[in-house]
Design a protein around this ligand. Structure first.
Ligand code: GLP
Length: 262
């Protein structure tokens, strides 16, 4: 893992957007994995600025990590809607190339299998952007998720429902109980992964992901297995890391090209 600690959320967004743009540059049909949540919003805003200045993502495909079960796609908090307004529109993506798991499907298992097949058909994900839950989840892979899991139905953790209550009028009970999510095994198949985290509330999860034992209790720790995993955090989210000195030293002394994401 490459750990990049930057001063504040704005710097995290700028750096992550630049890494994504560099990864996708020159690919005729780039494939971007996108995440919901507040963490990647600064990255999307910076990517939108790059698009405004000439970065062309009109041929890019995008795959979302997850979706609630039981919300109509047009519901404002359905990830179909969230991805449309925070990613598809600002980045100038072709809506026909933006994919979100179908949490409204009559046959959810078939919807999951179809989603895996669509990622495969697109040639896999070039760079998967991730946030991290305060409990260490990635996508909606809650603690205890199989490290080899693929896209499937999951039950949300009570803590995740409380964390996401702010999007549902402050009512944890209003947050759906189930979701579809790419599995940890699906995420590990992305050609590269880029996790962004900011704020003190993520410090414990970031430390467990980077420095804790690899295990299903911290799903994000599975990224320790990925060959091309970059973690970009601000000072607050980095505040519980024990080996900060090394991460800064390694960043400042990176062998040229060693951490290229391509
Ligand atoms: C959500 C999403 C995750 C996201 C996480 C953190 O529930 N399913 O993909 O990374 O929780 O959200 P935030 O960035 O708002 O803290």
């Amino acid at each position: 893992m490459e750990i990049i600690v930057l001063s504040d959320p704005a710097a995290v967004g700028r750096h992550a957007a630049r890494l994504i743009a560099d990864t996708l540059a020159g690919k005729p049909d780039p494939v971007l994995g996108v995440a919901t949540g507040s963490s990647p919003l600064a990255t999307y805003a910076e990517l939108a600025a790059l698009v405004h200045n000439g970065l062309d993502l009109s041929r890019a495909s995008a795959f979302a990590l997850d979706e609630y079960v039981g919300l109509a796609p047009a519901h404002p908090e359905a990830y179909h809607s969230v991805i449309h307004r925070t990613v598809t529109v600002p980045l100038g993506l072709d809506p026909a190339r933006v994919h979100v798991p179908n949490g409204a499907a009559a046959d959810l298992r078939a919807a999951c299998a179809d989603y895996e097949a669509a990622i495969e058909a697109a040639g896999g994900i070039d760079v998967q952007l991730l946030g991290i839950g305060a409990n260490g989840h990635i996508g909606f892979n809650e603690p205890g998720s199989s490290l080899g899991s693929r896209t499937r139905v999951k039950t949300l953790a009570p803590r995740t429902r409380r964390d996401n209550a702010r999007f549902f009028g402050g009512e944890a009970e209003a947050v759906p109980v189930h979701c579809l999510t790419q599995g940890i095994g699906t995420i590990l198949r992305a050609h590269s992964v880029l996790l962004v985290a900011t704020g003190e509330s993520k410090a414990a999860a970031v430390a467990a992901m980077v420095e804790g034992p690899l295990g299903a209790f911290c799903p994000a720790s599975a990224l320790q297995l990925h060959e091309r995993a970059t973690v970009v955090v601000d000072e607050a989210a980095a505040s519980s890391l024990r080996d900060r000195e090394y991460y800064d030293f390694a960043r400042d002394n990176a062998p040229k090209g060693a951490f290229d994401l391509d």
